[in-house]
Design a protein around this ligand. Structure first.
Ligand SMILES: [Zn+2]
Ligand SMILES: [Zn+2]
Ligand SMILES: [Zn+2]
Length: 289
């Protein structure tokens, strides 16, 4: 009994049984499939890609690594708050974090708070929140460090350190960390927009639904009277982009850049159509419609 990992429980929280999909690679067949899909999507040409992929500067608040992680490792980055990112598995494998039926991760901020003070048993850096499940064992790791240290992972999202792991195979042991489900962290978008405005930084890029905000613009006192409608404000300098279906090419997407300027004391709405391989189109009008 002593050797069996104790079950992970949360007071007052209803249980959810997680189902895992395990992909078995058979003689490179999977890689061929991926290549085929990539080629097919390329041929379809409906997706837009940047000419050169810029360096991904987003950093995980748990493990401090830059950019998305390997799918079977830390996995993709999830947005927590303005400029705050966490790897899916770094968050999911934190001892206090659990997932709801709908795929929302709960307690991520609680884990982050503990991580500020807990150092990893392997790399000695802070942000370690994946604790050994044996009572009174002080070992705690970053998710990727726990893999490196050869910890034992279980299907109920618990982990045992190398010292306490089970000898021999166990049916509950997990073999793949790939998460195909949709998993997210609930973010308060209104609060995030408010904090961009309060910080007053013009360089922030922020996505809400299909819109990417580049600049929120500003209104001076003398402009107040003319730069609004009953339902909207028209701040001068506002800039947002949206990727949407092309006007000129069937079945292809392009980028629409929407800005608000001032023209003789009145707002002017400009839409610039940016499409790969074609000249930009510019439409402007005194009405947003
Ligand atoms: Zn991470
Ligand atoms: Zn570590
Ligand atoms: Zn332990």
């Amino acid at each position: 009994d002593e050797a069996r990992p104790r079950l992970k429980k949360w007071k007052g929280v209803r249980w959810k049984r997680l189902r895992f999909l395990v992909t078995i690679q058979k003689g490179g067949a999977k890689r061929d499939g991926d290549k085929e899909i990539a080629e097919f999507i390329d041929k379809l040409g409906t997706t837009l890609r940047p000419e050169k992929v810029p360096r991904d500067l987003r950093k995980c608040c748990f493990c401090h690594e830059e950019g998305d992680g390997a799918t079977d490792g830390p996995a993709r980055l999830l947005n927590l708050d303005l400029d705050l990112w966490v790897h899916l598995n770094c968050a999911l494998w934190s001892t206090e974090v659990y997932e709801t039926q709908g795929g929302a991760l709960i307690n991520v901020e609680v884990a982050l708070h503990r991580g500020l003070l807990t150092k990893c048993s392997l790399c000695q850096k802070t942000g370690a929140t994946n604790s050994c499940n044996r009572i009174r064992c002080p070992s705690v790791y970053h998710f990727a460090c726990a893999i490196r240290a050869k910890c034992m992972f279980f299907k109920d999202k618990t982990m045992l350190c190398p010292l306490h792991k089970l000898k021999g195979p166990c049916e509950q042991e997990l073999s793949s960390f790939t998460v195909f489900r949709r998993v997210y962290i609930e973010r308060d978008e209104v609060k995030q927009i408010a904090s961009i405005i309060q910080r007053g930084e013009r360089l922030h890029m922020f996505r809400v639904g299909g819109l990417v905000f580049h600049a929120i613009g500003q209104l001076l006192p003398h402009q107040m009277a003319d730069f609004h409608s009953v339902t909207a404000l028209y701040p001068v300098g506002y800039e947002a982009t949206r990727i949407y279906w092309s006007l000129r090419t069937n079945n292809r997407r392009c980028c629409y850049r929407c800005t608000i300027c001032e023209n003789n004391g009145r707002p002017e709405f400009v839409v610039q159509v940016i499409e790969q391989g074609l000249e930009d189109l510019v439409f402007s009008d005194s009405s947003p419609q």
